[in-house]
Design a protein around this ligand. Structure first.
Ligand SMILES: [Fe+2]
Length: 370
């Protein structure tokens, strides 16, 4: 199985993984032979890459970071939960509202515990590309992705269970204030005006004000919403906090938040590949992001996800076939083309093995996310 940009898919290719709607329903089942009209409708749904089965990638299995049912349920909980909290906030709380908010928070906690258990049971590098979903609303999918990254990062930090759960809840709700920002601003292609940027920035304060009023939500969770755009050197917002003034949970969240934002496709810009997203985080170490968090994050994520096409410095082309957990930048590669770009009988090399120390990945499929 391998990842392929939809633009390069020819009719007749076999879908390697099912494609889901954001609500958890299957849109196309794996094994489907794609036709011109199916490819066209996937494009209309803003699907940019798919997993396909072909001869060259036979036997490459993509390891799921999280089981599909957990992801789908999490999506549902987040979508309903955020809507409910916003509704309760608008209609002012009463006894009924308090009961309801209690239920909502418990549903968040339950699903987050499922995510936590799955991550602990399956200690592989996170590869959130492994699920092809149609994203109707960025706030919901982004919140789920940030929760998964932040959860793994909290585990890597060796934090106690209660802290991990609070970070998870904070991650799932960190952008709740965006529900009050107009979609025109949220999805605006190009630069925001000063006034629009001012409105955009207000989502942190709005989120904090909503969350701190919910009885069942710890104040540290509300601070995740308040502080996730603060930066180490004080250039963040809304308060321009610096270094140690920023809560540890917010430092974890900001790394997870930025990584997911830049590696996700938006209508106004293409996504960065994971290794480029990581470079961007490293560029901001000590100024924007906490060094320790960026370094721990590198250990959690699949920099070169399985199925991705890569070019090596010896001119050969290959597909990432397996991930080396302790050597993130040096996965196992199935070589499929020689230096001249001619297809060859595929063979495997392990970049983490000493024999190949001089071989490096110099490029990953630049079209993958367009
Ligand atoms: Fe945000």
């Amino acid at each position: 199985m391998r990842l392929l940009p939809l633009d390069r898919c020819q009719p007749g290719v076999i879908l390697g993984k099912s494609i889901y709607h954001g609500n958890g329903k299957v849109l196309l089942t794996k094994g489907t032979k794609l036709t011109n009209s199916l490819i066209a409708s996937l494009k209309r749904f803003h699907i940019y890459t798919i997993y396909i089965e072909d001869e060259q990638s036979e036997g490459i299995e993509i390891v799921e970071s999280l089981p599909e049912p957990v992801l789908m349920e999490a999506m549902e909980v987040i979508t309903h939960g955020i809507t409910n909290i916003v509704e309760l906030n608008t209609n002012h709380s009463n006894f009924h509202g308090m009961m309801k908010s209690g239920r909502v928070i418990r549903s968040f906690q339950k699903i987050f515990r499922d995510i936590l258990v799955s991550l602990k049971d399956n200690p592989t590098a996170l590869n959130l590309l492994a699920t092809t979903k149609i994203h109707d609303n960025h706030v919901y999918t982004h919140s789920l992705n940030v929760a998964i990254y932040a959860c793994q990062l909290a585990i890597e930090n060796g934090l106690p269970l209660k802290s991990i759960e609070d970070i998870g809840l904070g991650a799932m709700l960190h952008d709740i204030g965006k529900m009050y920002i107009s979609p025109e601003i949220l999805n605006k292609p190009g630069k925001l005006t000063q006034d629009e940027f001012h409105q955009m920035k207000s989502h942190c304060q709005i989120g904090f004000d909503i969350l701190r009023k919910v009885h069942e939500i710890p104040l540290t969770v509300a601070h995740c919403a308040f502080q996730h755009h603060e930066r180490i050197d004080g250039t963040g917002y809304p308060r321009g906090l610096q270094g140690e003034e920023i809560h540890k949970y917010a430092k974890i969240l900001s790394v997870a938040d930025v990584f997911d934002a830049v590696t996700s496709h938006r209508v106004y810009r293409p996504a960065l590949l994971p290794h480029k997203g990581l470079e961007l985080l490293y560029a901001g170490v000590d100024t924007q992001f906490d060094r320790k968090q960026v370094e721990l994050f590198k250990k959690c994520i699949a920099i070169y996800p399985q199925g991705m096409t890569v070019k090596l410095n010896d001119g050969k082309t290959g597909i990432v076939s397996n991930y080396n957990f302790h050597s993130a930048g040096r996965p196992q590669i199935r070589i499929i083309k020689d230096e001249e770009g001619q297809e060859i009988k595929p063979y495997e090399i392990d970049l983490a093995a000493a024999d190949y120390l001089t071989v490096e990945i110099i490029d990953a499929d630049p079209l993958l996310y367009y």
